[in-house]
Ligand binder design. Sequence first.
Ligand code: HEC
Length: 390
Amino acid sequence: MDPHFTEWTALLLRWFHLITGAAWIGASFYFNWLNNHVRPVESGDPDARVKGEVFAIHGGAFYRVSKYDGAPEVLPRTLHWFKYEAYFTWITGFLLLALSYWAASEAMMVDGRVSALSPMSAVGVGVGSLVLGWAVYDVLCRSPLAARPGWLSGSLAAFFGAACFGLFELLAPRAAAMHFGAMIGTIMAANVFFVIIPGQRAMVDAMVAGAEPPLERGRAGALRSLHNNYLTLPALFVMVINHYPSVWGHTAGWALVLAIAAMGVLIRHSFNLRGVGHPQPWTPAILGSVGLAVLALATQPASRAEASAAVPFAQVQIILANRCLPCHADVPIQPGLIEAPKGLMFHDRATILANRGAILTQVQSGAMPPGNLTKLTDEERETLLNWAAP
Ligand code: HEC
């Protein structure tokens, strides 16, 4: 594929993905907030089906939103649905994953240090993880477990843990992290497409036909909607994790990704507790924040000061010239590149020194060279790490 075309397509897809993602998650936060803040109507409401209301002020105007217990008696002429945000977030995310990872599978999907999977099989694992992730999640939610929220949460946590571990055993670490996030995003979008919207459609159709709306379909949707709400912070975390190789590239990368995602769920839980007036709403968020601090400290790499001083700079330059300059040069010789990635060119001493920290994290995580295309040996990797380490 023409690299210029790929670059622009990826840029536009990413932008679109962020816009629709912000709209979707914004709506999810807003409606969850509404649910938590609905209070009984103070002076009684002429419409007996109204269960509660929310007053708000925003952008210089007052708002009054009513929530029905069940459905209104008459279907309003205009009913807003909130679904395209979810669909477009998923479609753009899927295309971005296909373009950035599956179409460049040799560099992005596999890592010989992790598994012997071929690039094609790795793409199969990636696609399979999205389909299977949804299938397992959906079966769990429809199983008898669903009647016991504690059991369901426990099984879902075990399932997400196993999926994350499995992906990190098979794919290059960065691809594993991104596919774990894509799996979460797929579950969220599929919840909207296969459960929430069809349930709402059934309720509206029944009302149009003059029948009682099947409220249990609405309740099933409400549960999925709540799951989506808890998955928002983990999904957002994975959207940005791409840039932090010290997390997914860590030897326990799968556990770190999972742990941070879990902290996200805890922090989200605090906001939900606060909304319903729980006496100690911030406990989960405090636990989550302490957990994050502990993770940051526990992953601090050991100092290699002595080893670092012993590495001659000329040796570093030779390794970079052989293994990095094919791409990181003013005129890269690697097919598919028109300019040095991220503008990084490792020709001169000053640039190399200025990027010492970035070289450390990229080489340590195995992200560079991508797919180890330039065959950096283990000794060379060790030399670079010794040199770049603080
Ligand atoms: C096959 C081409 C290729 C080779 C070889 C290569 N890189 Fe890269 N490098 C890239 C690409 C592509 C990116 C941009 C990655 C992205 O957008 O996430 C990049 C980005 C980087 C970054 C910036 C990362 C960031 O997110 O800011 C650093 C640092 C880096 N490479 C270091 C190295 C080092 C050190 C080597 C040699 C050991 C190396 N690269 C070898 C293609 C290569």
